[in-house]
Structures are given as structure tokens and as C-alpha cells.
Write a protein of this length. Structure first.
Lengths: 492, 298
């Protein structure tokens, strides 16, 4: 969830955050390295100091030890401790002691706790370990223990007289000063990191704003394109000649090209309409003119021979047929016009009315008719138009089917669209007719007007649908109409 | 053992030039000082030496050594003419005797002082009995108040220092014995009452950390001595200068600086009780410090 949200963040935010993170990371890493190095250097210095202090005692100790001058040993520890604390650098002697080889105390800075002449008593496990390590030391060694405020390190120097070990000097220095010093530099590093983060985020915000500005403008432009407002796209300002600049200028060119294309398309649509209109007009003229010439001939002949009953008997049916044909054509065009303007919507049950009409068309012939309307009650359809489409397709199927044939209507919903399928196992459409299938006035039937499928095509197109034909000669034909479901009114 | 060797070496180094310098008039009068004198202030000692030099008509030089032994050896060898020592080395039997009593300081009206047995103020110890098995600090192996008196106390009980205490050590300085007890390096210590009172008056923060659990009977105050064989006029002159200091306006400040009343000539019998103590201790502890030449090696 949070990842999804992260992905939907603005590029400007992500970019600024990335720069901030990088700056903070670099500042912190360098700072941490410096702190670690400081800590190490200070520690080495402190270790050296502890050894030096222990050595300063160990140098004079042999004489005092051999003389059993315990006061002298104690004073040398005191002097050393005083010298250490009077230094400019913060060195605190936590404790110091001189022990003999058996671990007896020859001198201790805290004599009340560790009395002279007694065996050294380690206070805890750590002290016991340090005690053993110190007693075992034969060369100058640094031991350490504790941490934070209680941290310390110990300079351990054996007291030697003519290579004989007389005892050991232990000087324990607090590492608290070191800890405080390191802590202080850590705070400085944290402060600097914070400052860098603030600086980095400001810089990041500035840079990313600059970089994403053309992107934002382009996105707005794209959104306008997707809304179809091709003429409302404001040109994206081109500032730099980098990738983004080039992208912006390309986008601008594209926007102009699209606007031009869209204009051309509109012009083309207008001219296509005009062409279609011309073709219809020509078709109507031709279709009407053909019978009209014959009809006029008949009327002329009848005028010349008004009393010839044979001619009347012969020509009247011809006149009737010719006029009916003209009437059918005009009727077909009217139907197309009427239906194309229909906006009334209804639920899919309106399609049920078609069943009776188709059965009338079958007229008792031996044809199997399957009806399967699967559209839900909530689907709204343009009743007149869809009725007209389905009726025309079913009527065609009924007309071409021989006795014993099967035809079916099936409708179903699929996502945002609904599909209407009209299937038959009739003779099929010959290949050479397929390209003219939806042309007006194209017909293979003796009494057809050639307007049925043209009307279907026009209606499907007006609803932004798709019509598909699958046909094989001798096997049958299947028309499949897919219409976007939903608010069909606005789509007309 | 090693200490004696080191002392001997120091001695050898000093003997030659000291003896050569001793010849002829106008040379320095060498005055040895021990831990008996509390003043660590070199300027004070310089001014006092200058005062004595003016009075003597010859320069006086104070020579300070850490232990009584060193000062005694220097007296014996003739490297010193006078010295301010302790009653214990004074009463030691010497063959032949090389010391003469020059004068005795008068402290609070009397030529007397005590030995104090002190413990830390916070400690529970009430008497020497409580210090059995503890750490004890002595001043100097030839100090009366800082060594002989506690030895005497132990001898009376039939005890010996080495077995009675868990550990002992010498500080060679009364002031440092007080410090050792104050800092709890030692559980108990024996000090000169004069030094303890002096520090109590000048630096009470140190003595406040100590508590006196025993005061000894009075002893003769650490005396000023002259070497046998020194020019008698010189000796008399010095005695006169010292004993008249309290009457001299220029000399008084030095006495008050030392918190003393005057220097007075007194009979040697003043130190008899110290001698008796030393004899008693030596009867069970023959190794007790003897400042004789044949004793030096051991």
C-alpha cells in the first residue's frame, strides 16, 4: 500500500527526496568516518599517555621497592596522577597501583579501599581478568574495559631491576573525555548532516521543479489530447537544449501536427459525407430512374392505345410493380433517416418484439429459429436502432435460408460492450460480393432494394460500434455487432 | 641495605670537598637540618641563614638531608659544624663521642614535646591495640617521637613491630607521616607533637583528617648540637647568637616563624628518659639504630 503510494508521488518530490537522501548519506558517511578516525587517534594518544605515565612510575619504582619505601612508591603515584591531571588535555587518572609479583599491593591511589601490603582484591569479573592480564604482562601493555562514562584504559608496565620482574605498575585513565570529545564531534556531524539535508532538499526542490515543469506542462497537454481538445494545447516552454528541452519541443511539434491532422480529418469527414450523399443521390436517381423510364413507356403506350385491354392487362402489373419498387426505396431511405435520429432508450426486452416479425417472415417454412437474449435488465439500449439492426439481419437470414435451415439470434454482455450475433447455416456470401456487402443498392435478391445491410452499417457506425461478418459459401453466415454499452445517447 | 649503600656513596661524594673547604677562616659555617624543622620554605631558611651569617661574621649555610642518618654521618665526618637533630640520635652511645649539646628550643614555654600516635579521623581505632595487623607509618628510624616511642610501647607489651603490624614504612618526615595517615595509606602513625601542632595551625585541613589516640609523656625537645672538635670560640659565638635571638628584634621573626619561644642552654639530663627508652628497647631489639661508625655497614 505504502509502496503504491510512493510510486504515485510526484516526480518533483521523489527527485528532491533522492537528492536529499544522497546528500545526507554522503555527509553522514564522511562525518562518521571522521568521527571514527578522531576516536581512534584520540584513543591511540591516550594509550600512549597511559603507558608514559606508568613508565614514569616504573622507572623510579625499583629502588623504592628494594628499599621497601612504600611511602615513596605512593608519592610517585600521587605525583604522576597530579602531573596527568594538570595537563591541558583532559586526562583523568581513575586509579593507579603498584603490585608485586604475587599481586600484593605495594602502593595504591585508593589506599583505604586497597590497603598496603594486602593482596589486591578484584571487585568484579572484569577486574579479575584485568588483574590476571596485568600480572602476566612482561612488556608494556595497554588494557581496556568499560564503556561510555565508565570507560577506561590502563597502561601496564612491569617494574624491572636487572631484568628481574619486581612488580607491575598499572595506571588507569578514564576514556570519558574521549567519549565526550567523540560525542561532541558526532553532534557536529549530525548538525552538519541536518544542514546538508536542508540545503539538499532546497536544492533538490529547485532542480526538480525546473526539470519537471516541462513534464507537467506536457502531461497537461497529453490530458487535453486524451479529452480530444486538440486545439487547446498550450505550447510547452522550451528552456534548455537537453533531453527534456528536446522532448518539450518534439511534443510541441507533435501537438501542432495533431491539431492539423484533426482539422484534416474533420474536413475529410465532411467531404466523405458529401461523397456518400452524392452516392446515395446518384443511387436513388439511378434506382428510381430505371423503373421510371419503363413506367413512362408503359404510360405512353397506354395513352396511345387507351382501349386495348390486352395492353392494360399487361402494363398495369408492371406499373404497379415499378411504383412499389420506388415506394420501397423511398420507404427504406425514410426508415434509415427516422431510425438514425431516434434517441429513445429502453431495456433489452424491447428486442422480444422482433420475434413475432421474424416468425412472420419465416411464414411457416421449415426453418429452425433460435432466440437467446442474454442482456441484463439494467442494460440501456437505443430501442429503435438496435431493433432495426437485428431485424434487418434476421430478415436477410430468413430470406436466404432454404427449408430445413437454422438461424439464431444471440446477445450477451462483455465488459463495457454488448454483442449481438445473427447466425445462419444458409448458402453463405460469395467472395466477390463481400466488398460490396454494405454498399447501398447492392443486392442479389430479385426484389431487394440493397438498403438493408447499408442501414445496418450506418446505424452501427452511428453508435461507434463494430460489425463483423464471417461467411463461408455453403456453410453459412455470421454477423456479429459489438456496441459500446452504457449511455448510448451521447455516443450517437 | 641498599639505602645504606646509597648513603655511603653520598657521603663519599661529600667528604672530599667539604673537608678541603673547612680549612681557613671566612669559609661557610655548615648547619645541618633534619625533618625536625617543619619549614619547607626555602626563602625563610635563606633569610635565617643570612641573619645567622650577619651575626657570625661568616656565611652560614643550611644543609638539608632526608634522614637523620645522613646528617649524623656528616657530623661524624666533619662535613657539618652544627645540626638540629632529634633527642634519640643525641642520646645514642658513641665511641668516641662527636656531639655536644649546643642549645634546646623552648616550645610553649618548655623545652619539651610529645610523641603522638595518630589514626585517620574516620577510623574506628581507639588505641594501639586496635592497630594490630594494620599498616603503620614511622617517620625516621632514628626519630624519638616517630619511631623510638612506638617501639618502646610495643616492647612493653612484649611485641615487635614486624609481627605486630601487617606492614610498616618510613616517611622520613613527620609531616609526611601525618599525610600518610590522612590519606589512609597507613592506618596509624607516630609523629612529633610540635610538627602536628604546627601543621594543625597552618594547614588544619590535613590534621583534621587525623585523630590522636595516644600522647606520650614529655621528652626533651629535639636539640641543636655542635661537632666535637669544632673551634670553641665559634661554638660559643653560635650559642650566644641563638640564645639571644628572642631578644633581638631582627631575630624574633624567625623564632615566631618556627613557632618557638627561644633557644636555651640546658643540661643533657633533659634527654635521660629518651635514653632509658632506647636502652629498654635495645635490650630486646639489639639492632635498634645506633649512630656509630661500626654500625654503618648494617
Amino acid at each position: 500500500m505504502s509502496l503504491l503510494r510512493l510510486r504515485s508521488w510526484n516526480l518533483s518530490v521523489k527527485f528532491a527526496l533522492t537528492i536529499t537522501a544522497v546528500v545526507a548519506g554522503v555527509a553522514f558517511t564522511i562525518g562518521a568516518a571522521i568521527v571514527a578516525q578522531d576516536w581512534h587517534r584520540f584513543r591511540v594518544e591516550l594509550e600512549e599517555r597511559a603507558l608514559l605515565l606508568a613508565q614514569s612510575v616504573a622507572v623510579t619504582a625499583p629502588v623504592d621497592i628494594l628499599r621497601t619505601d612504600y611511602w615513596g612508591l605512593y608519592k610517585s603515584l600521587k605525583r604522576m596522577s597530579k602531573r596527568a591531571s594538570s595537563r591541558v588535555v583532559d586526562t583523568r587518572v581513575l586509579t593507579a597501583m603498584i603490585l608485586d609479583t604475587k599481586g600484593n599491593i605495594l602502593a595504591h591511589l585508593q589506599p583505604a579501599a586497597q590497603p598496603l601490603g594486602h593482596r589486591f582484591v578484584p571487585a568484579n569479573e572484569l577486574e579479575r581478568k584485568l588483574f590476571e592480564d596485568a600480572q602476566a604482562a612482561r612488556t608494556s601493555t595497554v588494557l581496556s574495559g568499560g564503556g561510555g562514562e565508565d570507560g577506561f584504559l590502563e597502561g601496564v608496565v612491569p617494574v624491572l631491576s636487572d631484568e628481574k620482574v619486581l612488580g607491575v605498575v598499572r595506571v588507569r585513565l578514564s576514556t570519558y573525555g574521549l567519549f565526550v570529545k567523540t560525542q561532541r564531534s558526532a553532534y557536529v556531524v549530525l548538525g552538519l548532516t541536518f544542514a546538508m539535508v536542508v540545503f539538499g532538499s532546497l536544492l533538490g526542490a529547485f532542480v526538480s521543479r525546473r526539470m519537471t515543469k516541462p513534464l507537467t506542462a506536457m502531461t497537461e497537454g497529453m490530458e487535453a489530447v486524451s479529452r480530444g481538445e486538440l486545439f487547446n494545447i498550450a505550447p510547452v516552454p522550451v528552456t534548455d537544449d537537453d533531453e527534456l528541452g528536446r522532448l518539450a519541443s518534439t511534443f510541441n511539434k507533435m501537438a501542432v501536427a495533431m491539431a492539423e491532422k484533426s482539422m484534416l480529418e474533420e474536413q475529410m469527414a465532411v467531404s466523405e459525407k458529401l461523397i456518400a450523399l452524392g452516392r446515395i443521390t446518384a443511387g436513388v436517381a439511378h434506382e428510381v430512374n430505371n423503373p421510371l423510364a419503363g413506367l413512362l413507356n408503359c404510360i405512353d403506350t397506354l395513352k396511345k392505345h387507351p382501349d386495348d385491354p390486352e395492353l392494360i392487362n399487361r402494363y398495369l402489373p408492371l406499373l404497379d410493380k415499378g411504383l412499389h419498387r420506388i415506394g420501397d426505396i423511398v420507404q427504406g431511405l425514410l426508415v434509415e433517416l427516422r431510425v438514425e435520429e431516434a434517441t429513445e432508450t429502453s431495456d433489452p426486452s424491447c428486442l422480444e418484439e422482433l420475434k413475432g416479425l421474424v416468425e412472420a417472415e419465416i411464414n411457416g417454412r421449415a426453418i429452425t429459429f433460435i432466440w437467446e437474449n442474454n442482456l441484463g435488465e439494467d442494460v440501456r439500449i437505443n430501442a429503435k436502432r438496435v431493433q432495426q439492426i437485428v431485424h434487418n439481419l434476421l430478415k436477410n437470414a430468413a430470406q436466404v435460408l432454404p427449408d430445413g435451415g437454422t438461424m439464431s439470434f444471440r446477445s450477451f454482455q462483455e465488459g463495457d460492450s454488448m454483442t449481438l450475433v445473427v447466425d445462419d447455416d444458409g448458402p453463405g456470401i460469395p467472395l466477390e460480393h463481400r466488398s460490396q456487402l454494405f454498399d447501398p443498392f447492392f443486392t442479389t435478391k430479385a426484389t431487394g432494394t440493397g438498403l438493408g445491410l447499408w442501414i445496418v452499417y450506418r446505424l452501427v457506425q452511428s453508435m461507434r460500434g463494430v460489425i463483423k461478418v464471417e461467411s463461408e459459401v455453403g456453410q453459412g453466415t455470421c454477423f456479429q455487432v459489438t456496441l459500446p454499452s452504457g449511455d448510448l445517447e451521447n455516443r450517437s | 641495605m641498599l639505602r645504606s649503600i646509597v648513603c655511603a656513596l653520598v657521603l663519599v661524594g661529600l667528604l672530599g670537598p667539604a673537608k678541603a673547604e673547612h680549612m681557613g677562616s671566612g669559609e661557610h659555617i655548615r648547619f645541618g637540618l633534619t625533618a625536625v624543622v617543619v619549614r619547607e620554605n626555602l626563602r625563610f631558611l635563606d633569610q635565617w641563614a643570612e641573619y645567622l651569617g650577619d651575626k657570625m661574621g661568616r656565611p652560614v649555610e643550611f644543609i638539608r638531608r632526608r634522614s637523620y642518618r645522613e646528617v649524623m654521618d656528616m657530623l661524624d665526618s666533619g662535613a657539618l659544624d652544627f645540626a638540629w637533630i632529634c633527642g634519640f640520635p643525641y642520646v645514642q652511645k658513641r665511641e668516641p663521642e662527636f656531639l655536644k649539646l649546643l642549645a634546646v628550643p623552648i616550645y610553649k614555654g618548655e623545652p619539651l614535646y610529645h610523641s603522638y600516635i595518630i589514626v585517620h579521623a574516620d577510623s574506628p581505632y581507639r588505641s594501639l591495640d586496635d592497630l594490630r595487623g594494620k599498616v603503620f607509618a614511622y617517620s625516621d628510624p632514628e626519630s624519638n617521637s616517630g619511631f623510638l616511642y612506638p617501639q618502646y610501647l610495643l616492647t612493653k607489651r612484649g611485641e615487635k613491630s614486624e609481627t605486630y603490624f601487617h606492614q610498616t614504612f618510613f616517611t622520613f618526615n613527620h609531616a609526611e607521616t601525618i599525610e600518610a595517615v590522612a590519606e589512609q595509606v597507613a592506618d596509624g602513625g607516630a609523629v612529633d607533637s610540635y610538627i602536628w601542632e604546627y601543621i594543625s595551625a597552618t594547614m588544619p585541613s590535613i590534621t583534621n583528617k587525623t585523630r590522636i589516640i595516644r600522647r606520650s609523656p614529655t621528652f626533651g625537645f629535639p636539640p641543636l648540637v655542635s661537632r666535637v672538635g669544632i673551634n670553641e670560640d665559634l661554638e660559643e659565638h653560635m650559642r650566644a647568637v641563638l640564645t639571644e635571638m628572642h631578644a633581638d628584634p631582627e631575630g624574633r621573626p624567625f623564632l615566631s616563624g618556627l613557632k618557638l619561644d627561644e633557644f636555651r642552654v640546658l643540661p643533657p639530663a633533659l634527654f635521660d628518659n629518651i635514653r632509658e627508652m632506647a636502652d629498654r628497647v635495645r635490650s630486646v631489639q639489639p639492632s635498634l639504630a645506633k649512630a656509630t661508625k661500626d654500625d654503618k655497614g648494617g
